[in-house]
Design a protein around this ligand. Structure first.
Ligand code: ZN
Length: 131
């Protein structure tokens, strides 16, 4: 399945969705995601991995420097009991400093955002938010 260094994640799901072809996920972040995926034990559907600054300005209110432009953030489509289990594992793993929870509306649009971004001015970490 894979053409990335990370066995459970493909180039297509990690690359920017604008068509620019950029895929600049951080190795340290993806190592944590592989660990989480192994603990989770079933497929994780990635809806957003890397985003180039231009695309992030369209896709998010976070602008050209948003979390997904750092290569240390991922959105995973998940809901219900699976979402509860993934959150539990992510918190146990301890490395995820940003956790965004979108769990309203149709189940196939619900997701959890995970990132490992360091705190900086205007970007507190650790933190949890909803959408
Ligand atoms: Zn792009």
């Amino acid at each position: 399945m894979t053409n990335t260094p990370w066995p459970h994640f493909s180039e297509a799901e990690l690359a920017c969705h604008c068509g620019c072809g950029r895929q600049e996920m951080e190795d340290s972040f993806m190592t944590e995601l592989e660990k989480l995926r192994t603990a989770f034990g079933q497929p994780m559907v990635v809806t957003s991995g890397f985003r180039c600054p231009n695309y992030n300005m369209q896709a998010s209110h976070t602008g050209p420097c948003g979390p997904h432009t750092t290569g240390k953030a991922m959105d995973i489509q998940i809901s219900g009991a699976d979402a509860h289990r993934l959150l539990t594992l992510a918190l146990q793993q301890g490395c995820f400093t940003g956790i965004g929870v979108s769990q309203v509306g149709p189940h196939n649009t619900r997701f959890i955002h995970l990132d490992t971004i360091e705190p900086s001015p205007g970007r507190p970490r650790p933190t949890v938010w909803t959408y």
